[in-house]
Structure formats: structure tokens, C-alpha cells
Design a protein around this ligand. Sequence first.
Ligand SMILES: Nc1ncnc2c1ncn2[C@@H]1O[C@H](COP(=O)(O)OP(=O)(O)OP(=O)(O)O)[C@@H](O)[C@H]1O
Ligand SMILES: [Mg+2]
Length: 277
Amino acid sequence: MSTVLEAARPAIATPRAAPLIAVRELSKVYPTAKGERVQALSHIALDIAEGEFVSLVGPSGCGKTTVLRILAGLIGDYAGSVAVRGRAHCGPSREVGVVFQDANLMPWRTALANVLLPAEVLRLKGQEARAKELLAMVGLAGFERKLPGELSGGMRQRVAIARALLHDPALLLLDEPFGALDAMTRDTMNVELARIAAASRKTVFLITHSIAEAVFLSDRVLVMSPRPGRIVEEIAIDLPKPRGLDIIADRRFADTVVRIRRLLDGEGTAQLPSIAH
Ligand SMILES: Nc1ncnc2c1ncn2[C@@H]1O[C@H](COP(=O)(O)OP(=O)(O)OP(=O)(O)O)[C@@H](O)[C@H]1O
Ligand SMILES: [Mg+2]
């Protein structure tokens, strides 16, 4: 097992192919209401390749959502650069679809009408057939006319995923999308997300508190330090795909989970802030 000091050495979390997303020297300071400054991110570098599934894990408050919101174009005030296919990324973009922890559906709109929302915002016509196809892809064929209140939590998140894919973004960003679900539903949703990512051939960037979820789904897992967040280790998950839940019993799966757990807990995390960039 590599030590944390060794792990901190690579400056860039590198993919194996040409990057869809390239982040360099990304730092973010939030001004607070009291006039103080919160350094949320410090000199982050990461690449995400086309078609890759990358997860980001780290302690609460380390800046994961901040990274995601910058990639989504929802935060523009930062230092460093974010490029999509080599072009500077600024502001919300059609290249990106986002799913948050709360499905955030409009309760008065049917599942289908919720999925169609981006079409209205982006003034895309004739998207109903695609919206129905996406609902079928996320396992909700026949639920098109249901209201969110008539759907389970897992079903609502499926609608949110279908909605995020409607405008055919290159990159799907997910921030703790299954955090509010019970453990069994979450397992099912993990299998579903793996299938959806493969079927839609999307590049996926997932933030999660579940190390097992990250290892199960990802090609690479990036581990962040406590605030100010930096990426201190990237771990390639060389388990064959497609993966079923039985992989949890695989020794390599368990070893990888333990390795990430140790990085996050104690073994090294106390030293992380002192590691020079
Ligand atoms: N709008 C804001 N104004 C001021 N500080 C903020 C703002 N948003 C986030 N922060 C601070 O920036 C840091 C990183 O926040 P962020 O939400 O990115 O963390 P996180 O890793 O997603 O945490 P969690 O795992 O709890 O969701 C935190 O210390 C937080 O208090
Ligand atoms: Mg967060």
C-alpha cells in the first residue's frame, strides 16, 4: 500500500485517454457574511476522460460539492482553469447534466413533464419521444403520467437522472444522488446507475460518502483531503465491468475499500494539510 506522502506526489489525477474535462490549479475562496474568507479548494488538478466513471470521496466540508458546482458552471468565481474538450468552461453548459441529493422535481408536473423541463428551458422542440425513451432506460416505462408524490425516493432519483440526460450532455455530474435512500434501494440504484452509464455511454463524475459505492461504480476514485480540499490520491479500480453486487465478496473489492477507508480515517489524514503542493 502506498503511503499518503507517496500518494500526494502526482499533481494531476490522470485518465487513460484524452480528457473531456481538464482542471488545473483550481482554488476557491468563499467570502462569509462576517467578512472572513473560507478557503474551500486549493490547487486542484484533475482530468476526466471521455467515457470514464470517476468518483470523488472526502470528508464532509472538504469541498466536493464546490468542485461539482464549478464543473456544472454554477460557480464562476474561482482561480485556476476548467476546460471542456480543451475549451474554457464558463457558466452553465449543454455539455453538462446535474443530479443532486434531492431529486428536486416539480410536484405538480408528471414524471414525463419533469424530464422535459430542460427542453423548455433550452427551447428544444420534439423531445417527448426521447424523454419517454430515457424514462424507459431508467426503468420507469409506464410511469410517465405519475406525479412525484406517487413515486418512491429511488424512482424520483431515476426521474432526475433521466431529466439530466435529456439534452444529451457529454458529462453527467452526480452529487450524493442516493444519499437519502435506504441501503437496499441504494444497492439497486447503484446497479441501475452502472447500467445507465454504460447504456448512455456518458462520462460520469460522482460525489459520494459511500466508499463501497465509489469502488463499485468507478474506473477511478479520487480521494480528497480535509478543507482546503486537495486531491491526495487517485485509485484505479481494475475490477472487470459490468459488475454485479456479488463483486462485494471479491477480495480486491474489499481491499480497495479498506485502502480508501484508511486514507480517509486517521492513517495519514492528520498529516495531509502539511504536505506541500
Ligand atoms: N456559499 C458558501 N459560502 C461560504 N462558505 C461556503 C459556501 N459553500 C460552501 N462553503 C464552505 O466551503 C467548504 C466546502 O463546502 P462543500 O459544500 O463544497 O463541501 P462538501 O465536501 O461537499 O461537504 P459535504 O460532504 O458535507 O457535502 C465548507 O467549509 C463550507 O462551509
Ligand atoms: Mg457536498
